[in-house]
Every structure is written in C-alpha cells, then in structure tokens.
Design a protein around this ligand. Structure first.
Ligand SMILES: *Cc1c(COP(=O)(O)O)cnc(C)c1O
Length: 390
C-alpha cells in the first residue's frame, strides 16, 4: 500500500473501468425507498436512457447481478431442456457462455474459432443450413470478445441466419461494448442483448442488463427451463409501474442514472469516435514497439481494449506485476488459454487522451524493465495519432 503514497491508481482493465466522480457521488447519496412515490421516476429515466444506449424501442430489464447472470437469464427465459444452442468460439467469454448452457441442460454446439478473430458469419450460415430438423433454437455470439480484442460483425451474423432461413434466436453479449462501440439492437435484428454495469457504462460491478426483442418475448412463453429469480415476466410487469418485484440495487441505479446522463451529454456518436481514436492510438503504440496484436483481422480490431501477445519466453503476468508495482497501473491478464501469453490494455469508460498516454507510457517502460525486446517510440506514435485525429 505504502508503495504509492501519492497520485492515483490507473485501472486500465477492460472492466471494471474507472468510475467517474459524478457517478461515485450519485451512488453515495442516501438510499431511497424502492417502494416510495419517487421511485418510478428513477426507473423511467433509466429505462429511457438504456433504450437509447442499446438502440432499441423494446424493453430493457435490470438485475442486481454480475453480467454472467445475464447469460443465464437469456437462456432460461427463452429455451427448454435439450434445446440446441450454437455458440461461436471467439475466445474465453464465448466458452464461459457455452459452459452456462451445458450446466443448464442445453445441447451446446461450439463452432471452433482460433481466438484471434470475431465470429465467422459464413460458418454460422453453413451450420444452420445443415440443421434441417431445427434442433438449434439460439445462436449466441460475443460482440466484443474481451479476452482477445476482436469484434464480431453482428449485422453479418444476422444476415447469415436469415440467409440460412433459420428461426433460431440471436443472442448477443455486448457486455464490454455497450456504451462504447457502435451497437444497434433493433437495426441488427438482435433478439436479446446482454450487458453489465462495469465496462462502458462506467459503474461499479453489480448490475446486469437484457434488451429483449419481441421474438425473444414470444419464445419466453413456450420456454420450459425452470426459472424463478431470473424470470423476466414478473420483472417486466413490475417495471411497467416503475417498480421491481424485489429490492433493486437502489444506489447503483442512482449511479446508473448519472452515467446515462453523462453518455447523453457527450453523445453516443462522440463516445464511439473517442473510442476509435483510443483504439487507433493503442494499436499504433503496439506496432511501433514491434509487438503483435492478438486480433489478426484489422476490420475486427476492438476500440475498447488492445490485447498484446508476448513471445514464448516472456510471461505476461510477470510484466503486469512489474508494471503494477512500479507504476500503480493495472492491466488485464490473459484469460483461459491465453494466460501468461497475452496482456490487455483496457481503454474504455471514463478516460481521456492523457490517461491513455500515461497507461501506454507505463506499458512501454514496464516492457523495458522486464527485458522484453521492443523498439522505442510506441508512446510517441500513440501521441501522434491522438494529435492528428479529432
Ligand atoms: C466482463 C465480461 C463478462 C462477464 O461479466 P461479469 O460481470 O464478470 O460476470 C461477460 N462477457 C464479456 C464479453 C465480458 O467482457
């Protein structure tokens, strides 16, 4: 602790992200009565704000839960035991979702991927065309695969499902992209989009979200998986009057209202543009250092995080430890099979140019201190990108 008595800690994870002071102050307000007369106003402002961020006209429900809870909610509300679920292996988070499906008694079919690209729409189309008996009831895709920094092209996945003329629902995990990258629940024909509070929405962990399209609602009426806490029908019913069927995470909801106001003030288009500058700057640094990105497909590069590979003899976790101890800067670790092989620079949420430059400077110096051979000039290259883009 005493090692860094001054200055502040830089939390450059791809979630949880730095929480802005305005949001922290909102959360610190006294807890209010969730059954009181003022509460529906809060619920309504939040619901409207969330619709804007998900870009949907339909309902968005909120659970007090980590984002993983939304995986379970999406499955139990729409499917029955033994239903087929097709999951594209974009990386660690796709495999985690597959495990949730297996534990729930679903017939999970994983389309193998190399953890270096987004979901392949052609492979999905082919697999659906082969499903003549209609065993597959849902296709699940991670929008921004946070373990690799590759973004799946959701509109193309939708087009692939349509081209196969298949009735499967499209379930999308936008946990690390919502409120940061371009995302369109309605326009892209997504049936359920899930998200969490602690990434682009700039809140502490603790809330999970589901945007529910009309086909998912319909499927919910036929779904037979057991559900109680996750059942969305009683949540939707209570929300219609501005309340919840249980005690919601009141203070986090007040924080969420503030975060949604901040996103509205900046404007989603401006947030997306800011993210694209950060992504380009971080990649320019990696390129100048002579290191390799985990994502190999330029049109799928993520603008919310940059996952960097280290050559065999260098341990990415040792590098992260050096950087944390020396500079009080936290970076993301390699997840699943990328453990020790990859480190991840999160650059989403409450962040400005100089915070990103500071993080990249910490990485550059940490690489040198760890004897990872790099070329000079990564930070300078990133600064040039930021200087020349608006
Ligand atoms: C962070 C993350 C999750 C899991 O969120 P938790 O809140 O830890 O449950 C799921 N999917 C993606 C893509 C994520 O980035």
């Amino acid at each position: 602790m005493a090692r860094h008595p001054t200055g502040w800690h830089l939390l450059q994870l791809p979630g949880p992200t730095n929480v802005p002071r305005r949001v922290l102050q909102a959360i610190a307000e006294p807890t209010i009565d969730h059954r009181g007369p003022e509460f529906p106003k809060l619920t309504r402002e939040i619901s409207d704000g969330l619709r804007g961020v998900f870009r949907t006209r339909h309902d968005v429900v909120i659970y007090p839960s980590s984002a993983s809870g939304a995986w379970e909610a999406a499955l139990v509300n729409t499917l029955s035991t033994g239903d087929g679920v097709l999951i594209y292996e974009t990386g660690h988070f796709a495999m985690e979702w597959a495990k949730v499906g297996e534990r729930l008694g679903l017939d999970v079919d994983v389309l193998p991927g190399d953890w270096r690209r987004g979901a392949d729409p052609d492979a999905i189309e082919e697999r659906l065309k082969a499903d003549r008996e209609g065993r597959i009831k849902a296709v699940a895709v991670i929008h921004n695969e946070t373990s690799t920094g590759a973004v799946s092209r959701i509109a193309d996945v939708r087009a692939a499902i349509d081209a196969a003329d298949h009735p499967a629902l499209l379930l999308v995990d936008a946990v690390s992209s919502l409120g940061s990258l371009d995302y369109r629940h309605d326009d892209w024909g997504v049936d359920i989009t899930i998200a969490g509070s602690q990434k682009g929405l700039m809140l502490p962990p603790g809330l999970a979200f589901l945007a529910i399209g009309p086909r998912a609602l319909e499927a919910g009426k036929r779904a037979r998986l057991p559900r109680s806490y996750w059942a969305w029908d009683r949540l939707l019913e209570a929300n219609a009057d501005g309340y919840f069927p249980y005690t919601p995470a009141t203070n986090l909801l007040v924080g969420l209202r503030e975060a949604l106001r901040m996103l509205r003030e900046e404007g989603l288009e401006n947030v997306i543009r800011r993210q694209s500058r950060f992504g380009a700057a971080a990649r320019a640094a990696v390129d100048a250092w002579g290191l390799e990105l985990q994502c190999t497909e330029p049109r799928e590069y993520s603008d919310v995080l940059t996952a960097v590979r280290l050559a065999g003899e260098h341990d990415a976790n040792r590098l992260r430890k050096v950087i944390l101890e020396r500079y009080d800067l936290t970076l993301g670790s390699g997840l699943g099979r990328l453990k020790g092989r990859v480190f991840r620079i999160g650059h989403l949420g409450d962040l400005n140019d100089l915070m990103l430059i500071a993080a990249l400077a910490g990485v550059e110096s940490g690489l040198r201190l760890s004897n990872v051979p790099i070329q000079e000039g990564g930070v300078a290259a990133a600064m040039r990108v930021l200087e020349t883009s608006a």
